[in-house]
Write a protein that binds this ligand. Structure first.
Ligand code: NAD
Ligand code: DAU
Length: 333
């Protein structure tokens, strides 16, 4: 397949590109390289003849149209502002990138006659679930944070493009991903790197919030399956089957790393903090035959080992030096 991937220098997009190149697909990675875009994540594929990078903004239709060849097999749209806490500090960039950017992508997809459009959404569009409640593809959308609200709006534009213009779209909603190359602002990479350095780990509020963790490699396998076999106009939920409280996750992490629980430090709770996510992924299992392969404890252990072995990658994220990679590796291209 010839794929046009947005946001491929981020955490999930880079795993998706690594898997796609390994499978023999060709990929154009269109990425603005915001703070979350790290080309080191793609070092293993950057010399592959099937891979190319275009630095550009999804909100700029001329840039997107110029980068996208006519009749591409599929657009896989990851690019977004993805961190809830940042959206609480300021929502403007979230509306611009996640909503306007998605609409621009849909317009260009149509004009450039892209065969398929896979939109990457999140289980956060459903908002809080009650204790025994599951978030299915039919559940109402009740986002809580500005981030989730922007992702919900984006989904509506995707559906509108299918209904109005007949664009072949699919939507996936994934739970919390974890694994290598995740920017150390999110809970797991932050907690792992702090634990390895004997630094305090911030626990928001009472730590009893429930998240469902799926390994990024499992998620990307599901995305590739949806691309190959998903039905136009359908939404598919992807989860790990590992719902846990944040405190239980952090206790497991500290046990694996061999560090004391005294590192856990209660801090002020996140505003509007969702208590429980519980994505139901029966549909993708039933219809496409996908289920997660990685158990949480095994995946967390491997992830901790990766962060331990790649301490310099984390350090460059923290210092900002990862941004020099583009100038060094791509100058003169
Ligand atoms: P990320 O923050 O790691 O990466 C985002 C990427 O998008 C970066 O490479 C960034 O440079 C790029 N980008 C941002 N604005 C852009 C713009 N205007 N034009 C072009 N590129 C731009 O994100 P992630 O964690 O890999 O998430 C990817 C997608 O998956 C997002 O849509 C997110 O909402 C969704 N998602 C993430 C998770 C998760 O746990 N991380 C779970 C469910 C859904
Ligand atoms: O559910 C899918 C979503 O998962 C994605 O759509 C988002 O892009 C992704 O960022 C993630 O959102 P969360 O808010 O769930 O992830 P985060 O890693 O920020 O936080 C996970 C939980 O841990 C949440 O309950 C807040 C809490 N937390 C987070 C941080 C960064 C802490 O207790 N301490 C922290 O330092």
């Amino acid at each position: 397949m010839r794929l046009f991937v947005t946001g491929g220098a981020g955490f999930i997009g880079s795993e998706f590109i690594r898997q796609s190149i390994a499978a023999g697909d060709s990929v154009i990675n269109f990425d603005k390289l915001t703070y979350a875009g790290n080309l080191e994540n793609l070092a293993s594929v950057q010399a592959d003849p099937g891979y190319s990078l275009v630095v550009g903004d999804i909100c700029n239709s001329a840039e997107v149209a110029e980068a996208m060849p006519e009749g591409i097999d599929a657009i896989v749209h990851f690019a977004a502002e993805s961190h809830v806490d940042r959206s609480i500090l300021s929502a403007e960039e979230f509306v611009r990138t996640n909503v306007l950017g998605t609409q621009v992508m849909l317009d260009v997809a149509r004009h450039r006659k892209a065969a398929k459009f896979l939109h990457i959404s999140t289980d956060e569009v459903g908002g809080d679930m009650e204790p025994e409640e599951w978030f299915t593809e039919e559940s109402p959308l009740e986002p809580s944070s500005p981030y989730a609200a922007s992702k919900t709006a984006a989904e509506h534009f995707v559906r509108a493009a299918t209904r109005t213009f007949g664009l072949d779209t699919t939507v996936t909603r994934t739970s919390n991903n974890y694994g290598p190359f995740q920017f150390p602002e999110k809970l797991l990479p932050l907690a792992i790197s702090n634990a390895l350095e004997d630094r305090p780990i911030p626990v928001y509020g009472d730590g009893q919030q429930i998240r469902d963790w799926v390994h990024v490699a499992d998620n990307c396998k599901a995305l590739r399956l949806v691309l190959a076999k998903g039905k136009s106009g359908e939404t598919y939920h992807i989860g790990g089957g590992n719902p846990m409280t944040n405190l239980d996750v952090l206790h497991m992490l500290l046990r694996i790393v061999g560090k004391p629980e005294s590192l856990l430090t209660t801090v002020k709770d996140r505003l509007g903090h969702d208590r429980r996510y519980a994505v139901h992924f029966g549909k993708i299992s039933r219809e496409l035959g996908w289920s997660p392969e990685t158990t949480f404890e095994a995946g967390l252990t491997a992830t901790i080992n990766w962060y331990r072995d790649n301490a310099e990658w984390v350090e460059r994220c923290k210092s900002g030096d990862y941004r020099k990679y583009y100038e060094t590796m791509y100058s003169g291209r």
